[in-house]
Design a protein around this ligand. Sequence first.
Ligand code: C2E
Ligand code: MG
Ligand code: MG
Ligand code: MG
Length: 277
Amino acid sequence: RAKGDGGNKYQFYANSMSLDALDSLRMEGALRRALERDEFRLYYQPQVDIATGAVIGVEALLRWQPQLGPMIAPDDFIPLAEQTGLIVPIGDWVLATACAQQKSWRDAGLPPLTVSVNLSARQFQHRDLVGLVARLVRDTGCDASSLALEITETAVMENPQAAVAIFRQLSKMGVRLAIDDFGTGYSSLAYLKRFPIDSLKIDRSFVRDITDDTDDAAIVHSVIALAHSMKLKVVAEGVEDARQLQFLREHGCDQMQGYYISKPVPPAGIESLLQNR
Ligand code: C2E
Ligand code: MG
Ligand code: MG
Ligand code: MG
């Protein structure tokens, strides 16, 4: 007990701490069971080529649909999955499911789509990611060059040397690599030059006020110019209206995704979107 603290205050603090601990313990158990019960789903958000308007890819986004209750968004369970290490088996499921989906869309005769999968830092450091991806590509029959892995700038910077080595091997297999949430971390484009990456995804927070905030506009403008000078494609996240799209088009941004085109949808939603375009 801290000096001078009243007994009641300590009591209150201790109780709220153990409640938090109990909550995460319960949640951890629920997450574990979710895998066994097959309660995870992948939703897909279309990615559009700004110049042509064609849907050229989709980003796989994880959802948790418990047997009872509403669907749970990744921000509400991925942090705990990362802390507990459960993100590794969950991430394996995500990769396998996304690869199988890509193959099945290809078999169904849909136009070729690059399927992007988010990786957490933990998956990246944890085990033989390269071997896992190679196995999955072989087992599902998906096309490695239509598979993209997204890793945040922050996760890359946790261990840049390891990241370079892993990126090189993945890139050799033909897998595309994207830096996610670019602009929210501390890397510089000059530094990223040593990574064999294909694209940068500009974080949604910069796109939001692009048409009103001159700082954000300047940042996005210069990120696009610098990325292009390094032969990287630029993808804008979180495009919600025509004016944002207009700005991005005028500044030569390559691709975009956002509610303006579509929210993330189940696989059937992607199929009907492609048929209706
Ligand atoms: P992210 O990879 O940066 O994904 C983009 C997020 O922005 C998605 O949220 C997407 O639904 C949302 N978004 C897209 N367009 C718009 C828009 O126009 N407006 C707004 N307000 N939001 C938009 P979501 O699906 O909730 O995912 C949140 C984050 O969770 C992802 O951010 C990613 O970091 C993480 N995540 C999702 N799926 C996975 C996964 O399978 N594995 C791992 N490790 N992380 C994942
Ligand atoms: Mg992403
Ligand atoms: Mg992002
Ligand atoms: Mg994000």
